[in-house]
Write a protein that binds this ligand. Structure first.
Ligand code: BGC
Length: 463
């Protein structure tokens, strides 16, 4: 019995951390479901309500709009309500939004439902990475936050697969409504999470914070050190917006977060997420094959995320970003060239599909997970909510722009040039990574903060 007690006392903190992070990462699952679910549903919605393409665009992008608003509000929410209760609120909105989507009686209701879903995702995509950065111990912080991205990709894949299955019956209501189920699970799981120790300290609830740290870390010395570090930082209370106006160094980290999210979105990833069937059509494939290849895209996205999880705390952030942007540039460049030459043979088709998958691998192993990780690491505590709020907001704005311009680009400058354009952007991101992105592997958030606020160059704040 004694041995058991000892074994469980050493194993428990790690188990608690993993449980905590997996649950918070379920927010990522819902994010992915939301991104993936609409592409398969639109044609059936259009047939039932007899609406124009324009109305469909409204329905699709209402979610991104809601998410942008949710991300802005989430900064304030997570500071006042706390991280945990913000996640719960996100869960409630998610369930309501999915049910309303499934039962929508008009295109307008559907738009409203998508805005509610967006709000949910905005709140969750802001709060989950913040929470993860605050509860995960340094040595696994990167991997934990990548788990969040893994859940996003699994959500997208599940949505692609469920859409494909339900498309045989044309049941768009089920496609949209069924995601309430993971929403309920999330809601249930998240109520079991501990509050973030940092947030508890911020609210003056020291004893509770220490108690949570004990459950997360187990080791009394580590707990004492972390508690003291957090307290030290809280001695100079300042808040986001004021800090932004007053402090040039904070403006630099906010700018970096915004830039990172723009880089992530302008890799062109969501072009494939929203329009994969259309891209496969341009390669000369019939409907059936389009659906299957879309599912393959989803699967590749999931699998390649494991590369990031394995490498993030070994290679570090920058080498992975260099590799990812290079792989994406090559993938898109070749897809563009194939489209330029005209894809005539079966072999050429397969090769082009392969290169599109190479692009997906490039994203999933790098910018997908790493941008979320970096954004949660680079902000000083006093402005973390505000800083992550700004960058998450920009993630959704970028997402909206990319989603809303792809078809116009194809029609305006042609297939090949559109892919080349995104390929060229990826090349430019290699240079931006070199100049501006810090290496944060294995560095404490406190150290990053000290470096930033002492005026070090952005790319040096992890040293
Ligand atoms: C991005 C999403 C994207 C997803 C694809 C996320 O990191 O923020 O916009 O759809 O990755 O896996």
């Amino acid at each position: 019995m004694n041995t058991n007690a000892i074994a469980s006392s050493t194993a428990q903190p790690r188990a608690t951390v993993i449980f905590t992070c997996v649950l918070a990462a379920l927010a990522g699952l819902m994010f992915g479901l939301d991104i993936g679910v609409i592409s398969g549903a639109t044609q059936f919605i259009q047939a039932e309500f007899k609406i124009t393409d324009h109305m469909i665009e409204w329905i699709v992008s209402a979610m991104m709009f809601g998410a942008a608003v949710g991300a802005v509000g989430a900064g304030w929410l997570s500071a006042t309500l706390g991280r945990k209760r913000s996640l719960i609120l996100g869960g409630v909105l998610f369930v309501l939004g999915s049910l309303l989507s499934g039962f929508a009686w008009s295109p307008e209701t559907l738009i409203a439902a998508r805005v509610v879903l967006g709000l949910a995702i905005g709140v969750a995509t802001f709060t989950a990475p913040l929470y993860l950065a605050e509860v995960a111990p340094e040595h696994i912080r990167g991997a934990m936050i990548s788990t969040y991205q893994l859940m996003i990709t699994i959500g997208i894949l599940v949505a692609f697969l469920s859409d494909t299955a339900l498309s045989y019956h044309g049941s768009w209501r089920w496609m949209l409504g069924v995601i309430a189920i993971p929403g309920v699970l999330f809601l249930f799981g998240v109520t079991l999470l501990p509050d973030s120790p940092r947030w508890l300290m911020m609210r003056g609830r020291r004893a509770e914070a220490v108690d949570v740290l004990h459950r997360l870390r187990g080791d009394a010395q580590v707990v004492a050190r972390e508690a003291a570090e957090i307290e030290e930082q809280l001695k100079t209370p300042q808040r986001g917006w004021h800090l932004f106006l007053e402090n040039r160094n904070f403006r630099r980290s906010v700018g970096l977060g915004v830039l990172l999210q723009l880089m992530q979105q302008f890799t062109g990833m969501n072009v494939v997420m929203y329009y994969a069937p259309r891209i496969f059509q341009a390669m000369g494939y019939a409907t059936d094959a389009q659906m299957w290849f879309t599912a393959l895209v989803g699967l590749t996205n999931v699998l390649a995320t494991f590369i990031a999880i394995a490498l993030i705390d070994r290679w570090g952030r920058k080498p992975i970003l260099y590799t990812g942007f290079s792989v994406m540039a090559v993938g898109l460049g070749v897809v563009g060239s194939m489209m330029n030459m005209g894809i005539q043979s079966h072999a050429a088709q397969i090769f082009t599909v392969g290169m599109l998958l190479v692009f997906i691998v490039g994203f999933a192993m790098s910018a997908g997970p790493l941008v979320w990780t970096l954004c949660s690491e680079i902000q000083p505590l006093k402005g973390r909510d505000f800083g992550i709020g700004c960058s998450t907001f920009v993630n959704w704005i970028g997402n909206m722009i990319v989603g809303a311009t792809f078809l116009s680009l194809l029609n305006g400058i042609g297939n090949a040039s559109t892919f080349w354009l995104y390929g060229a952007l990826n090349l430019a991101f290699i240079a931006l990574t070199f100049w501006l992105v810090p290496e944060t592997k294995g560095v404490t958030l406190e150290q990053i903060e000290r470096n930033l606020l002492s005026g070090k160059r952005l790319r040096d704040i992890g040293q």
